[in-house]
Ligand binder design. Structure first.
Ligand SMILES: [Zn+2]
Length: 236
């Protein structure tokens, strides 16, 4: 797809979703006129919990781009926008990390990386009904590789498909398909909660890297994930 056309589609998508988010916010205000917060929670979507996991952090930078951009930072930025979108739509959001840190470092056994992964799994497992969305970025020796791809664990295929489909509104040229996670993806393979891992793009692809470094593109990615996650909850 031409860059201009991609930008137009991306902006159109952004606009549509922002209008929808605005409509939802207005509806919430309207609904709350005569009901207190508890009533809204009982009848609305406030009881729905989503776990958002920004991959890597602290000493674990994740993938590193040619210009030194670290995956952990991009992951956290996307996760923050996604969390804001979910909150404004009435979801309770649990973030595995909100800062630049490795998790679980107070545990006494295992490598720093394993302790970090165990802590993420522990948080995810505390919310067995919730969808866990792990946010990552990819890297590959072949620079041409690009695009978002969603991996899924038990019970989360629908969510993975919804996110993958929503991304086609951001980039209709993307041909990547969802994949069931194998044992190489610790969090998904061991998860007791429905979980997806979104590889938001390739740091090794220069054009995609430039996009991932912009707030606008990260918002479009977060919106696509938000759409997909909402669809998952809609059919529950
Ligand atoms: Zn990663």
């Amino acid at each position: 797809m031409q860059r201009k056309e991609a930008a137009r589609v991306c902006l159109g998508f952004l606009l549509t979703v922002l209008i929808m988010a605005g409509a939802i916010a207005l509806l919430s205000v309207w609904l709350s006129r005569d009901s207190d917060a508890d009533e809204l929670q009982a009848g609305g979507e406030a009881h729905r919990v989503v776990v958002i996991d920004a991959g890597h952090g602290g000493a674990d930078g994740g993938a590193v781009a040619h210009d030194g951009t670290l995956e952990k930072d991009i992951n956290l930025e996307i996760a923050r926008v996604l969390a804001a979108l979910m909150r404004v739509s009435g979801y309770k959001v649990v973030m595995t990390r909100e800062r630049d840190e490795m998790l679980g470092q107070d545990m006494t056994s295992g490598s720093a990386k394993m302790r970090d992964l165990k802590k993420r799994l522990e948080i995810s497992s505390s919310y067995p009904e919730a969808l866990t969305v792990s946010v990552h970025c990819n890297k590959f020796p072949q620079e041409s590789c690009h695009g978002l791809q969603v991996y899924y664990g038990e019970g989360a295929q629908v969510a993975a498909e919804a996110v993958q489909n929503a991304f086609s509104l951001v980039d209709s040229s993307n041909r990547r398909k969802i994949k069931k996670a194998d044992s190489s993806i610790y969090l998904l393979h061991r998860a007791s909660a429905p979980s997806i891992l979104v590889e938001c793009g390739f740091l090794s692809n220069r054009a995609e890297l430039e996009g991932l470094k912009t707030e606008e593109y990260r918002k479009a990615l977060a919106l696509a994930i938000f759409h997909g996650a909402s669809e998952f909850y809609d059919i529950q």
